[in-house]
Design a protein around this ligand. Sequence first.
Ligand code: KIV
Length: 269
Amino acid sequence: MAEKITTRTLQQMKAQGRRIVAITAYDYPSAQLADAAGVDVVLVGDSLGNTMLGYDTTLLVQLEEILHHLKAVRRGLQRALLVADMPFLSYGVSVEDAVYNGGKLMQAGAEAVKVEGASPRVLESIRAMVGIGIPVMAHLGLTPQSIHQFGGYRLQGRTASEQERLLEAAQAVQEAGAFCLVLEVIPASLAKRITESVPIPTIGIGAGVHCDGEIQVWHDILGLSEKTYRHTKRYAELRETIVAALRQYADEVRLRQFPAPEHSFEVEK
Ligand code: KIV
C-alpha cells in the first residue's frame, strides 16, 4: 500500500506545491474505488442527504445517517484520509455537543471532521475539538447548511465587503486550529487570495484552480447525478451506462435469453 495520508501529509503537500485530490464517498465499494484511484482525501459529506437519501437539502441529515455511511466507508478505505461531515445541529448549538458529536464520528473511524462557517460558536467548537485531538476541516463560501440564509445556491464573495469578510473568516478558522479549509463556489481570484493568505491547505469546489486541492461530489463527476453543474465535470456517464445495462437485463429476462444454460445448474445423472 502507498503511504497513508494524514493531516500532516496535507500540510506537507501544500508546502511542496503538490495538489490534494479529494472526493466524497458514501459506501464500502466507493471507498475501495477511491483508494484504488489514489485519491488523497475521502469525505463522507452531508451531501449524502441529496445523493444517497433523496433529501432536498443537507439540513435534514442526522448524525446517525453520517455514522452509518462513515462506518461503511471506513471498512473500504486504507490509504486516503477519511473526513466526516458534522451535520446541521450536531455543532453550532453548544460547544459540548460539538465535541461529543465530533468524538462520536472519530470513534466510528473518521480521522478528521468538517464544519461549516466561522460564527463565534463554530470557532469556539473548532478550538475545543482541536483541544481534545479532533482535527477539524473548515468550510467557507457557499456552505449548503446555510442555504436558506443565502436564498439559494449562489456564488458567494461577490462584493468587496463579502470578500473581506471571507478573508477574515479564513484567518479566523485557521487561528482557531483548523488544519484545512474547503472553499465552495467563490470567485477564483478570491480563492487565490485566501490560499496565499493562510498557511493551511485550501481545497476548492467551484473555486477555481488556485486552491491547494480540489474536492468533488462522487455522483457529479461520475455522471450519476440527474443535474449538471458549472463547477463540475462529468468524467463518466454512469447513469446512462447503468440504465442501458438494466434495460438489457430486463429485455433478456423477458425474452428468456437470460439465464442461459451456462448460468444454470443441473445434477449429473
Ligand atoms: O457534503 C459535501 O459533499 C461537501 C463537499 C461538497 C465539500 O461538503
